[in-house]
Design a protein around this ligand. Structure first.
Ligand code: GDP
Ligand code: IMO
Ligand code: MG
Length: 420
């Protein structure tokens, strides 16, 4: 049996949470494989909205198991708050949610270091969500991390204190002042809650499920252009957001990969700093931000908005081995006079369709114009009923990527989803 992967092809916030929730019931297990509470995955149904940061987006499907995989970094304080905000009794959540023993913990000191290091960057700030992600992955790779499985060890508190001492020493080097007491108390309450959840060697679980014919969907966080290897480094997150990350982040061999669902918005957004060739710092950008409610699900920051970037999209498709495309937020483009899609870049006067290495230099997008549509598409249920110009927009993407657009999302609600 193969496992499927759903991941973002842009700079995050493509609508992964919404679509994983829609598909959740078709799978036996939904597994997050990287990232941590920097993610904000929104789900809407029955006029209720939830934003998940750590818990996989299959949690609202009663018969689906959810796994926080070994590749994820967990902040226990966020975990506890999130479990309590689900509207699901904690006893029921314990049945639906499993944690890998090997998932690393975000320690309170990691949040302090995130803030200290970011404030020291001056004009080259990453725009981090300041959730401690970078320092937690740094400690993981430096072999100093504490893992979920460690919370049951007799020497857990001693190891925690040692790590905190080290983090305090580094923060002092940055002359960074902070007060940890309140946050630390919440963190330990989170640890207490985690002790009641199933924390297991999840690599055996996922492989046994696959061997017995069960269906698994790996849920990506962030997006390909924020990948630590292939994104716009250094303006990236600290994990592998790409399909290969699902193998290392869950313990599944690459040969077991089935479908790779690549999700993208009908335009682009980015939160935080870094290159964004098609960014619109004008009325159209403002229109997209307002109509698309483009404000960060985790930090509330306004998202930068711009036209769809085909070279970046094709790059992401290549890196991930995408088999099917899912298009979201097409409804946000309704009402614009003309639509633009970037089809190549001009770098130092030379036209290219490759994402350049040095994105600090000027990149001028070359655009193709397409007809827009005026209809409110959020009420449509069938592909055939969609406006002709939207179908042309979809056909243009399919022709240029060689992939089918299998889902078109026309609004934030579960029901606003068209399958083809
Ligand atoms: P994620 O991080 O990829 O899960 O995406 P976010 O939840 O951070 O951001 C996507 C935002 O767009 C959320 O507010 C969703 O509720 C919303 N959304 C998702 N799909 C659509 C869509 O097709 N149309 C509109 N208008 N909103 C959508
Ligand atoms: P989801 O899963 C959008 C961005 C931050 C910053 C950079 C590094 O909701 O799509 P970090 O906190 O990871 O050190 O920040 O990455 N970023 C995201 N942008 N969506 C996300 O997650 C993001 N997670 C991190 O804004 O630019
Ligand atoms: Mg998000």
């Amino acid at each position: 049996m193969k496992f499927d992967i759903l991941l973002g092809l842009q700079w995050g916030d493509e609508g992964k949470g919404k679509i994983v929730d829609v598909l959740g019931g078709n799978y036996d297990l939904i597994a997050r494989f990287q990232g941590g509470p920097n993610a904000g995955h929104s789900i809407e149904f029955n006029n209720k909205k939830f934003i998940l940061h750590l818990i996989p987006s299959g949690i609202f499907s009663p018969h689906t198991l959810n796994l926080i995989g070994n590749g994820v970094v967990i902040d226990p304080a966020v975990f506890r708050k999130e479990v309590e905000s689900l509207g699901i009794p904690v006893e029921e959540a314990k049945k639906r949610l499993i944690i890998s023993r090997k998932a690393h913990l975000i320690l309170p000191g990691h949040r302090i270091l995130d803030a200290a290091i970011e404030s020291d960057k001056g004009c080259r700030k990453i725009g981090s969500t300041l959730r401690g992600i970078g320092p937690a992955y740094t400690d993981k790779v430096a072999r100093n991390g504490l893992r979920a499985g460690d919370i049951f060890s007799a020497d857990f508190e001693a190891r925690y204190k040692k790590a905190l001492g080290e983090h305090r020493r580094i923060a002092a080097m940055y002359n960074f002042s902070y007060d940890l007491s309140e946050y630390e108390a919440g963190w330990f309450e989170g640890i207490e809650m985690m002790r009641d959840f199933k924390i297991i060697n999840s690599e055996y679980l996922v492989n046994n499920l696959l061997a017995s014919g069960k269906k698994i969907l790996a849920e990506g966080a962030q997006g390909t252009m924020l990948d630590v290897d292939f994104g716009s480094y250094p303006y990236v997150t600290s994990s592998n957001t790409i399909s290969a990350g699902a193998c290392t982040g869950l313990g599944i061999a690459p040969g077991h990969t089935g479908e790779v669902f690549g999700i993208f918005k009908a335009y682009c957004t980015r939160v935080g700093s870094g290159p964004f060739p098609t960014e619109l710092e004008d009325d159209t950008g403002e229109y997209l931000r307002k109509k698309g409610a483009e404000f960060g699900s985790t930090t509330g920051r306004p998202r930068r908005c711009g036209w769809l970037d085909l070279p970046a999209l094709k790059y992401a498709i290549m890196i991930n081995g995408v088999t099917k495309l899912f298009l979201t937020k097409a409804d946000v483009l309704t009402g614009l006079e003309k639509l633009k899609i970037c089809t190549s870049y001009l770098c130092h006067g030379t036209e290219t369709t490759e994402v350049p290495f040095d994105q600090d230099n000027e990149i001028i997008p070359v655009y193709t114009e397409l007809e827009a549509w005026k209809e409110d598409i959020s009420r449509f249920k069938n592909y055939n009923d969609l406006p002709a110009s939207l179908k042309e927009f979809v056909a243009f993407i399919e022709k240029n990527t060689g992939l089918p657009v299998a889902i078109i999302s026309t609004g934030p609600d579960r029901n606003q989803t068209i399958f083809r």
